[in-house]
Design a protein around this ligand. Structure first.
Ligand SMILES: Nc1ncnc2c1ncn2[C@@H]1O[C@H](COP(=O)(O)OP(=O)(O)OP(=O)(O)O)[C@@H](O)[C@H]1O
Length: 246
């Protein structure tokens, strides 16, 4: 089986080490949650996977493509949605999505059809032709998410996708992510909302201090933390405390 993502020995130091000798494996068709305390190295890791930050050391393979040797091929099948939406305020959502689709050389008719479908799924059909500049943070986040999905990526990477969304918008996004996974897509996300990871993730990686402390299903992590029957919060707090003490 070709894994969706294999990360080996990943290292990144800014003024101090942010990611240290990190290994991750994400299977195709799973939703993988990368959890960790503030400053643990989650965003840095995912930025390296998405080709936005250059690692000091290590290897990244996305569906068998060496992302460091052939970043263009890796990016063509990957999407990255940062926690702060970056869109062009002066465009309408439809124009923005058609613009992004153009960057991927998607045929205009197909681009429009995908854009309309994505905006509809995300509850933005009524705003499709309004300029984004007056949009709330949550609405902009949804437009950015639609932009990340316009080229139908095999691997979707989301940094804190639910931050700033109201309950209804969060439900829409969660349903959309679940639908992608149910259809065979692969999703990696970070979140501080542990209930979301507990309910949605097939497997979970916990990192702290730039190192992977544990990886597996909730049951595997429970075993590792010695917390049979515990919640993900119990397990997370135990493993990160153990990691800090080590
Ligand atoms: N561009 C940068 N320049 C300098 N230091 C950075 C940069 N990006 C991240 N860092 C540092 O790297 C470490 C890891 O940061 P990172 O953003 O990856 O953590 P995180 O797990 O995503 O945290 P949070 O949950 O708070 O978003 C932190 O010490 C951070 O200050």
């Amino acid at each position: 089986m070709t894994e969706a993502l294999i990360v080996r020995g990943l290292d990144k130091t800014f003024s101090k080490p942010a990611v240290r000798d990190l290994d991750l494996t994400v299977h195709p068709g799973e939703l993988y949650a990368l959890l960790g305390p503030n400053g643990a190295g989650k965003t840095t890791t995912l930025r390296m996977v998405a080709g936005l930050t250059k690692p000091d050391k290590g290897a990244i393979s996305i569906f068998g493509i060496d992302a460091l040797a052939d970043p263009a091929a890796a990016k063509a099948i990957t999407a990255w949605a940062p926690d702060e939406a970056m869109i062009y305020d002066r465009l309408t959502p439809l124009e923005y999505l058609e613009f992004v689709a153009g960057l991927w050389s998607i045929e205009p008719k197909l681009a429009k059809a995908r854009a309309v479908e994505l905006l509809d799924t995300l509850g933005l059909a009524g705003e499709a032709r309004r300029r984004c500049e007056g949009f709330s943070r949550g609405m902009k986040q949804k437009v950015a998410l639609a932009g990340a999905l316009i080229h139908d990526p095999k691997l979707l990477i989301l940094d804190e996708p639910l931050t700033g969304l109201d309950a209804a918008a969060a439900r829409l996004v969660k349903d959309m992510l679940q639908a992608r996974v149910d259809a065979g897509g692969t999703v990696i996300l970070t979140t501080h909302i542990l209930e979301v990871a507990e309910r949605m993730a097939d497997r979970i990686g916990i990192i702290a201090g730039g190192r992977l402390l544990a990886e597996g299903s909730l049951d595997v992590l429970r075993g590792q933390a010695g917390k049979d029957g515990g919640t993900l919060e119990d397990v997370f707090l135990q493993l990160t405390a153990d990691g800090a003490a080590a």
